[in-house]
Design a protein around this ligand. Structure first.
Ligand SMILES: Nc1nc2c(ncn2[C@@H]2O[C@H](COP(=O)(O)OP(=O)(O)OP(=O)(O)O)[C@@H](O)[C@H]2O)c(=O)[nH]1
Ligand SMILES: [Mg+2]
Length: 481
């Protein structure tokens, strides 16, 4: 089966939504209102990218670009928590670079086992049992589940080939990989036969290494001539670069030394996105086609020039297989040395998250579109908005309490916000009604649940207020109306 080398894929990932919390009141014979017992919603499942050593291409994503994880279930009465949504693991090859559509690199996945959280599942909402506190004994509301993250990501495979072959078109790069490995690339006597990189596995004694054959390069490749330099990202991380030089073809103005010089000029102009270090990779020169008598002669002639530059030179023929063994072992030794110099591979499972864990802050700024208005930004306040059931006054009161505790009200006041001014958080705009210390109980009143309304039990806030009135003598004005 001919496998196509798909090295770039755009995927749409959607994590699971968090389940809603449940608002429920415990019922028992003779004890009809036994307290809140609504369970929490389950968390939505994450979409993960996991580096797997048995995956070599991004082909699967080409056919299935949409991936979504499971939603968390809703909480239920009797303290039953909703089940968490199922996590979805997508296997990617080592060498996968994850980017946003704008090209920002989010992760560089090189080690098998490394896991990248591509989309984070939404948190399940708390049920009313978990929301109960001394001040809020019987909450008549629950928090909504947070929607899962959804985004599109660009995956790019930058093969971690050990040996990269570079050369002019028709130099014999594909021929070389075909005689050294099981790879069967197309070989022909016209330029640009190879249009996508080929990867081959080469064995040299105990050393097994991969070799990448990239499309031929020509002068001006860095300006997009020929097939350009795009394919060089496949060999950005190789241990050694092999210049494959055609010694049999005669063209005016070309000879092995000027061919290598011309391609070095192009390589120097290659500016990889990831800070690859092509410039300091060791080089090897392979003088090919020495089965042709004139080529053998030319090879002998130019060899000293390369040796003078300190470059190892190999004279070979892919046609007669001359010199291949020596070349293979020499490459194996360079790869071995390179591997020994690399930091030890990570043994544990690393989990990479695109965002920083610290989401505790918030900021307040003047609304550029609404005179006298303000915008509050921050992961937590924005999440709290999404968790709020705006149809439930008590839930809205709870939100106000949370914002107040975080210091949002204080900051708004400091910024000069006036009562009734529009404040926007996470796309929702309110009229700002600051609560002043001592009136907080208006925000955390009892539930709107009719069954709770006719209870005569005194809440902690009411007791506190009563104590305050006994002490100060004046009932607080109702700030919220
Ligand atoms: N005589 C001779 N011909 C060779 C040798 N190696 C390759 N060729 C011929 O050179 C031509 C080009 O070979 P390819 O392996 O396709 O060259 P390439 O470098 O992969 O070329 P592009 O993919 O176009 O960049 C083919 O006709 C091969 O048969 C060799 O050792 N001796
Ligand atoms: Mg080729």
């Amino acid at each position: 089966m001919a496998s196509r080398f798909v090295d770039r894929a755009v995927i749409q990932v959607a994590a699971g939504n968090g389940g809603n919390g449940c608002s429920s009141v415990h019922r028992e014979k003779f004890k009809p209102l036994g307290g809140p017992d609504g369970g929490n919603g389950g968390n939505g499942g994450d979409v993960l990218l996991v580096v797997d050593r048995n995956v070599h291409t991004l082909l699967d994503f080409h056919f299935r670009p949409h991936a979504s994880a499971g939603n968390g279930r809703q909480g239920q009465g009797s303290h039953r928590a909703g089940a968490a949504g199922e996590t979805l693991e997508l296997k990617v090859p080592a060498g996968t670079v994850v980017m946003t559509e704008a090209g920002e690199v989010l992760a560089d996945l090189t080690t098998p086992g490394t896991t990248f959280v591509a989309a984070e599942g939404g948190r399940g909402g708390l049920g009313n049992a978990a929301l109960a506190s001394r001040a809020r004994k019987a909450p008549g509301f629950a928090l909504l589940g947070d929607p899962g993250e959804a985004r599109s990501l660009v995956l790019e495979l930058r093969s971690v080939a050990d040996v990269g072959l570079v050369g002019f078109p028709s130099a014999g790069k594909s021929s070389l990989i075909s005689v050294l490995s099981a790879a069967k690339p197309k070989i022909a006597d016209y330029p640009f036969t190879t249009l996508v990189p080929n990867l081959g596995v080469v064995t040299a004694g105990d050393t097994v290494f991969t070799m990448a054959d990239v499309p031929g390069l020509i002068p001006g490749a860095s300006e997009g001539k020929g097939l350009g330099l795009d394919f060089l990202r496949h060999i950005e991380r190789c241990a050694v670069l092999v210049h494959v030089v055609d010694c049999a073809t005669f063209e005016p103005g070309r000879d092995p030394v000027s061919d290598v010089d011309a391609l070095e000029t192009e390589l120097a102009r290659y500016t990889p996105g990831l800070g690859g270090e092509l410039a300091d990779r060791p080089r090897v020169v392979v003088l090919n086609k020495i089965d042709v008598p004139d080529a053998a002669e030319l090879a002998e002639l130019v060899r000293p020039e390369f040796e003078k530059r300190g470059l190892p030179v190999f004279e070979i023929s892919t046609a007669t297989r001359q010199g291949l063994r020596e070349l293979t072992y020499a490459l194996g030794a360079i790869v071995d040395k390179f591997r020994a110099e690399q930091p030890a591979p990570e043994s544990e499972r690393i989990v990479l998250r695109p965002r920083a864990i610290d989401d505790s802050g918030f900021s307040v700024e003047a609304d550029p579109e609404e005179l006298g208005g303000f915008i509050v930004r921050g992961a937590r306040p924005e999440r709290w908005i999404r968790q709020t059931d705006f149809g439930n006054d008590e839930a809205v009161g709870y939100l106000a309490d949370r914002l107040n505790r975080l210091g949002v009200e204080e900051e708004l006041a400091r910024m000069g916000a006036e009562r009734g001014c529009p404040v926007t958080i996470g796309g929702v705009t309110f009229d700002w009604q600051p609560s002043t210390p001592g009136t907080i109980q208006h925000l955390s009143g009892r539930g709107t649940d009719i069954r709770l309304e006719d209870r005569s039990r005194v809440s902690a806030a009411e007791r506190k207020e009563a104590r305050r009135i006994r002490r100060d003598g004046v009932p607080e004005a109702d700030e919220d109306q």
